[in-house]
Design a protein around this ligand. Structure first.
Ligand SMILES: *Cc1c(COP(=O)(O)O)cnc(C)c1O
Length: 426
């Protein structure tokens, strides 16, 4: 696989390099040079999830990873299903929360961990530094927990993620260090960017990123879009419209890559909460991020989505119009209302998925079949879901275990000097 830096096209790199390096010069994102459609799509869709994912990844990555190695990596990373659950005759929920941390980021996080473990030079220490607005932290922490020669440092905005989410990744210890940053998610992301600009720190700790910008996470996520369409009844396969609850827009980027590979998705709907930089941009053509506001769907509380340049690049390369991407944004009040109506409709969801469902309903035309991505398990947002629905939904076993444990996080100011000092002296 050959990739180039979107900001500086003269910088090219292979898959292994892009995985290890994360970002290119000038903090540019890497983008695949060649996304050609996959031949014989019907045969591909007929395969089970793991072998099909191996085929998709091999098509994208090429011969850099031998098939037998890639198969072992995918088996370990995708050790749980992504069921497409029928909500009504024209609507399906793609449940991406059956992994160990109950959110879709398990797919990308676990595949990235496999890539780093496979592609890194023996014995050389790596430090994974990532900022999370909720679920990335848990997915990354669990994916790397206990792996030799890999340290993980996770930054998150203090008090701005749910206590359940927090407990899931701050209680592990061992090679996982977590900091609650006095600021919002954008401040955390800025600290990560500063760290990658600091050559001294980078070399000293073997810095690597694991957030949604890493190309390995993105290619992993492409696989479940194929899984979604594969589970649709044959007569509905050409009519699919997919609503993607979006924050950093990695998930939507992966969906668009799947479409570029030939997956028959009619169109996508980018669904956000009040942090609606992208929907406003798609409507007005003006990129005008506002201050990030805290919402019920906190994993999407992002006003400067870091994967957006890849969406634009893909559209440019494929000759697609940005305006072909439908979009919309919901307030917390509208989100609560959607969650209630969806529950009355027979499906228990959480705020992120409910935003997808509601905007799917608003945007979809009569002859289209709708799929909305359920990015997290309802119990992960239990306090809110219980309150909105007047229910007491049960905690799945992995969550119950972590909630009983003590958080090992320390609080730091949104100050790079403080973070650097801590990381250098570990
Ligand atoms: C991360 C996350 C999102 C947003 O995904 P992006 O790829 O950043 O757009 C949506 N829902 C949940 C539950 C998440 O954890």
């Amino acid at each position: 696989m050959k990739l180039y830096n979107i900001k500086d096209n003269s910088e090219t790199i292979n898959f292994a390099g892009a995985v290890k390096q994360g970002l290119g010069r000038g903090q540019g994102l890497f983008f695949p040079e060649d996304i050609t459609p996959i031949a014989n799509l019907d045969a591909l869709l007929a395969l089970p999830f793991v072998p099909r994912s191996v085929a998709v990844l091999q098509h994208l990555i090429g011969d850099e990873i031998p098939e037998i190695t890639l198969t072992a990596m995918v088996e370990r990373a995708f050790a749980f299903p992504a069921p497409l659950v029928k909500v009504d005759d024209e609507t399906y929920a793609l449940e991406l929360f059956h992994g160990p941390t109950l959110a879709f980021k398990d797919f990308g996080g676990r595949f990235m961990a496999q890539c780093l473990a496979t592609l890194s030079e023996d014995g050389k220490k790596i430090t994974i530094l990532t900022a999370t607005s909720g679920d990335t932290g848990a997915a990354v922490a669990h994916a790397f927990y206990g792996l030799p020669n890999i340290d993980v440092v996770i930054l998150y905005p203090e008090g701005k993620i749910s206590p359940l989410q927090e407990k899931l990744f701050t209680t592990l210890g061992d090679n996982i260090t977590t900091y609650a940053v006095q600021g919002d998610f954008d401040d955390c992301q800025a600290l990560v960017k500063d760290a990658f600009d600091d050559e001294e720190l980078k070399t000293a700790v073997g810095l690597n990123s694991a957030n949604s910008i890493n190309i390995s996470r993105l290619v992993a996520q492409v696989c479940y879009y194929f899984e979604a369409v594969a589970q649709l009844p044959a007569e509905q396969r050409d009519k699919a419209v997919i609503a993607v609850p979006s924050g950093n827009f990695g998930n939507l980027t992966a969906g668009l890559i799947a479409k570029a590979l030939g997956l028959p998705v009619k169109r996508f709907i980018a669904a956000t909460n009040e942090n609606d930089t992208v929907p406003r941009y798609l409507q007005s053509g003006k990129w005008d991020p506002k201050r990030t506001v805290a919402t019920l769907s906190n994993a999407m509380d992002v006003s400067r989505p870091n994967n957006w340049p890849r969406v634009e690049e893909l559209c440019r390369v494929k000759g697609w119009e940005l305006s072909d991407i439908a979009s919309g944004a919901l307030s917390d009040k509208q989100t609560k209302d959607a969650l209630k109506r969806l529950y009355e409709h027979g499906y228990l969801c959480e705020p992120h998925g409910a935003i997808g469902w509601e905007l799917l309903n608003q945007e979809r035309t009569k002859d289209e079949v709708g799929i909305f991505l359920c990015t997290a398990h309802p119990a992960k947002f239990k306090e809110n879901v219980d309150e909105i629905l007047g229910q007491d939904i049960p905690l799945p076993a992995p969550l119950a275990k972590h909630i009983a444990m003590e958080s090992l996080s320390s609080v730091i100011p949104a100050d790079f000097a403080v973070l650097k000092e801590k990381m250098m002296n570990k």
